[in-house]
Write a protein that binds this ligand. Structure first.
Ligand SMILES: *Cc1c(COP(=O)(O)O)cnc(C)c1O
Length: 393
C-alpha cells in the first residue's frame, strides 16, 4: 500500500466558506454581484491597506487589467521579473507588448535592482515594470522603486504568491501603482479561483470594474465605446474568499512553522532554504524551497521535456530529490523555470547585472520546492525530511 499523498500546497477550509457560499445560494445572489464580493473586496483593502479592490475571476485577469491601466500599447517594451510563473508575463503579451526579462538577485530570488538599472540604460523608453514577490518573499522594493522613479516608470506588483507578507511594515499588494493578488487553489488563501486588482487610484479601480464587466457605458441600452472583458469574480467564489480571510494569519503561521522545521532539519546539509531579508521583510512562507550548494550537485541534465542525472556519493540534484519524493507519493516541484529560458520567449531580451551572468538559471538548476501544505503533520514532514536527507548519502 502506498503511503498517504503529501501535497505541495492544497486548499484548507474552515467552515465559514460554506456558510457564505450557502448564503449566496439561499438569497439567490448566484451572480457576479452580491454581498460576498463587497465583503471580500473590503477585507482585501483592510488586509493590504490598499484603498480600492476589484474582485476578478483570477490573478491573471487582475494582471491583465493592471497592464491595461498602466497604458501599455502594442510593441511597447515592459520589464518583467524573469523567474516566475508565466501568468506574470502573459498579460503583457495579451496587449501585444514585449516583455523584457530582468535577472534575479540571490538574496530574495526576486528582480535584481542592479540589473533593472542596467535595463533602463539599454531601454530608457520603458514605462512599466512588473515585479513579483516569489514564493511569498518580498522583493527589494525600495531599491527597485528608486530605479523606477528615476526613469518615471510605473510598478505593477504581482503579489499573487505573497498575500500577508510585509516589506518594511507595509503589506505586499500595496507597494506598486496597480497591484494584483490571486485566490487560486494552491495560494495562501483561496476562493478555489479568483483574484483582485488593488490600487489607491479610484479612477483606475472604476475603469477596471467597467472593463471587467464588458465595458458597458451608462446608457439605457448596451452601449460600448471600448473593448470589454467578462472578468468579474463570482459571488459564490467571493463567499469562499470572504470565509478564508480571517484565517490568513493562521495559514502564515503554519507555513512559517513548516519552513523553520525544514531549515532546522537541513542545517547540517550542504543546502540553504529560499532566502529573505529578515531585517526588512516578513515573508508569508507560501512555499519552502531548497537550494543545493554547488559543491554538492551531481551531474544533472535537463532537456526540453525531461531530465536525467548521474548519481555520485554525497551529491544530489533537484531531479533526484523530486524523483525520490514522487516514488514515495510526495509532491515537490522544480523552481519556476525562468521566462528567458522558455521557448515561447526565446526571442525576448534578458538583462542580467553583468553580461553572461544568469542567477535565475542557476537557482532553477540547483533549487526545488518542498511540500508546504499546511495540513501536513510533523510525522509527514519527517518523511519528506528523511527522503531528502537520504539523497545526500
Ligand atoms: C498564481 C500566480 C498568478 C496567477 O494567478 P491566477 O489566479 O492563477 O490566475 C500570477 N503570478 C504568480 C507569480 C502566481 O504565482
Amino acid at each position: 500500500m502506498t503511503a498517504k499523498k503529501i501535497w505541495l500546497a492544497t486548499p484548507t477550509m474552515h467552515g465559514d466558506e460554506l456558510r457564505y457560499m450557502t448564503e449566496a445560494y439561499e438569497t439567490n445572489w448566484m451572480s457576479t454581484v452580491g454581498e460576498n464580493i463587497n465583503e471580500a473586496e473590503r477585507l482585501a483593502c483592510q488586509q493590504t491597506g490598499s484603498k480600492y479592490a476589484v474582485g476578478l475571476g483570477s490573478g491573471t485577469a487582475a494582471l491583465h487589467m493592471a497592464v491595461k491601466l498602466s497604458g501599455v500599447k502594442a510593441w511597447d517594451k515592459v520589464f518583467c521579473t524573469d523567474m516566475t510563473f508565466a501568468a506574470t508575463v502573459n498579460p503583457v503579451v495579451y496587449e501585444k507588448a514585449v516583455p523584457i526579462f530582468i535577472d534575479t538577485e540571490p538574496d530574495t530570488w526576486n528582480m535584481d535592482p542592479v540589473a533593472l538599472e542596467k535595463a533602463f540604460q539599454l531601454y530608457p523608453e520603458v514605462k512599466v515594470v512588473v515585479i513579483v514577490h516569489l514564493y511569498g518573499t518580498p522583493a527589494k522594493m525600495d531599491e527597485l522603486k528608486a530605479v523606477c522613479d528615476k526613469y518615471g516608470a510605473v510598478i505593477i506588483e504581482d503579489a499573487a504568491e505573497s498575500l500577508g507578507a510585509t516589506y518594511k511594515g507595509k503589506q505586499t499588494g500595496s507597494l506598486g501603482t496597480y497591484n494584483c493578488i490571486s485566490f487560486n487553489g494552491n495560494k495562501i488563501i483561496t476562493g478555489s479561483s479568483g483574484g483582485m486588482l488593488l490600487t489607491d487610484d479610484k479612477a483606475a479601480a472604476d475603469k477596471a470594474r467597467k472593463w471587467s464587466t464588458q465595458s458597458r457605458e451608462n446608457a439605457p441600452w448596451y452601449q460600448h465605446e471600448e473593448v470589454g472583458y467578462n472578468y468579474r469574480m463570482s459571488n459564490v467564489i467571493a463567499g469562499v474568499v470572504r470565509g478564508q480571510f480571517p484565517y490568513l494569519s493562521d495559514h502564515i503561521a503554519r507555513k512559517k512553522a513548516i519552513f523553520d522545521r525544514y531549515q532546522a532539519a537541513f542545517a547540517d546539509l550542504p543546502v540553504t532554504m529560499n532566502p529573505y531579508d529578515a531585517e526588512n521583510s516578513v515573508p508569508n512562507f507560501w512555499l519552502s524551497c531548497l537550494l543545493i550548494d554547488e559543491k554538492a550537485m551531481c551531474k544533472q541534465e535537463r532537456g526540453a521535456l525531461s531530465a536525467t542525472f548521474v548519481k555520485e556519493p554525497g551529491k544530489t540534484c533537484p531531479t533526484e530529490i523530486l524523483e525520490s519524493l514522487a516514488a514515495e507519493n510526495i509532491e515537490g516541484r522544480p523552481i519556476w523555470k525562468p521566462m528567458h529560458m522558455q521557448p515561447i520567449y526565446r526571442d525576448n531580451a534578458f538583462v542580467a547585472r553583468q553580461d553572461g551572468m544568469d542567477v535565475g538559471a542557476d537557482i532553477f538548476d540547483r533549487g526545488l520546492c518542498l511540500p508546504s501544505d499546511i495540513k501536513m503533520t510533523p510525522e509527514e514532514q519527517d518523511r519528506v525530511i528523511r527522503i531528502v536527507r537520504s539523497c545526500f548519502a
